[in-house]
Design a binder for this molecule. Sequence first.
Ligand code: 5GP
Length: 114
Amino acid sequence: MPETIFDKIIRREIPADIVFEDEHVLAFRDIAPKAPVHVLFIPKTPIATLNDANPAQAELLGRLILAAAGWAKAQGFAENGYRVVMNCNGDGGQTVFHIHLHLLAGRAMAWPPG
Ligand code: 5GP
């Protein structure tokens, strides 16, 4: 798959406001936040879209979700609530083709999303 801007962030070739990292997952603040808290959780192993994920990557996908939930608890807004979103391809609004989980918090979210 072609490189994306997220590979450069993983390699620290471009700056990002990194808030969480472990062996498998990196999380950093979105450059164009859509909520007071807007953090992207990405696997260090690139997967272009959710359509490209395979069963062998189930643990990695679980790690993304659990990393987001753990960070939300650590930051103290988990009880108030938050939203996690993964956009897939054109109709889903995906613009960076390295899967990422958006964590949005700090305001009440509308439903359905636009
Ligand atoms: P998508 O639209 O693919 O679901 O989300 C991609 C997200 O990446 C967007 O919310 C966009 O603002 C964010 N983004 C794109 N380029 C950069 C960047 O260079 N740095 C950071 N921190 N976020 C970025």
